[in-house]
Design a protein around this ligand. Structure first.
Ligand SMILES: [Zn+2]
Length: 266
């Protein structure tokens, strides 16, 4: 039974993850907050086991797709495990997880620039392999092929410095009712209904309208929860992808909301 740091894992995982195996193991353990079996919070460094569920499917073009769903247990609650299931090809089973934040960038002159950011990923992580080659992240590969960049740091100041515009065929549109859509080559990759009546959503929409660009933070291993966004595991794993995307449509929203505000003010 191989053990990396405090994490025991099933040796068959190596056949799927190759040289990324130990990084995958430690990243999964770092992301886990509670034992998947007894639900007691995990203490740093205590002996744990990694349990991985892999699904395999073949796309019509013959490419092999794999999803990895993992959980972490106290060693006393469960030993390491690995299950592999063959599933029909159905890429739409992935669910997005997202967070929206507003970042501030200070220029040399001391001026502050407000940058709206959209962070999203898909669960479980989808990987593919062509002709028995290296395992590749489907989302990371898709975004890098459209002009997004691999972020070298989890530091937001460095990300704002590095982020460049994605390919011209990447667009974000926001409908007057608040429906946000990110399209690559006309295909919708991500959609979310924002609520202009909600103060947080309204503030973010206003920032998007003022800026005309949205910083997209994506890739695999983004830790997005109800309470926050942690991009350190993604940066450590080399799967953090960034890029700025032009936004259109939001101006319409912003002007109508300003109009409403003016009417409310006596
Ligand atoms: Zn436990």
């Amino acid at each position: 039974m191989p053990t990396t740091r405090n994490v025991a894992w099933d040796g068959r995982l190596q056949a799927f993850k190759g040289r990324d195996t130990t990084l995958y193991v430690t990243t999964a353990a770092d992301l886990a907050k509670t034992c998947a079996s007894c639900r007691v919070p995990l203490e740093p460094g205590e002996p744990v086991s990694l349990l991985v569920d892999i699904t395999q499917s073949a796309a019509p073009d013959g490419t092999e797709y794999l999803t990895f769903t993992d959980s972490v247990c106290h060693r006393r609650c469960s030993g390491p495990a690995l299950t592999v299931r063959q599933t029909p090809w159905q890429p739409e089973t992935l669910s997005p997880v997202a967070a929206r934040v507003i970042l501030t960038q200070k220029s040399d002159g001391g001026q502050a620039r407000v940058v709206p950011a959209l962070a999203f990923t898909f669960v479980p992580v989808l990987s593919f392999r062509e002709d028995g080659g290296e395992l590749t992240s489907a989302l990371v590969a898709l975004l890098l092929a459209r002009g997004f960049q691999l972020a070298m740091s989890h530091d937001y100041a460095a990300i704002l410095e590095q982020a460049a515009e994605a390919a011209a065929n990447c667009r974000i549109t926001i409908a007057p009712g608040g429906l946000l859509r990110l399209r690559l080559d006309g295909e919708i990759l991500y959609r979310e209904q924002l609520h202009p009546a909600n103060a947080d959503d309204a503030e973010w929409l206003q920032a998007a309208a003022n800026s005309g660009n949205i910083l997209v933070i994506s890739g695999d291993n983004l830790n997005i929860t109800e309470t926050g966004l942690d991009i350190r595991p993604a940066a450590r794993h080399g799967t953090l992808v960034i890029g700025t995307v032009q936004v259109s449509g939001v101006g319409t929203f912003a002007s109508t909301s300003r109009l409403r505000e003016q009417r409310r003010t006596p």
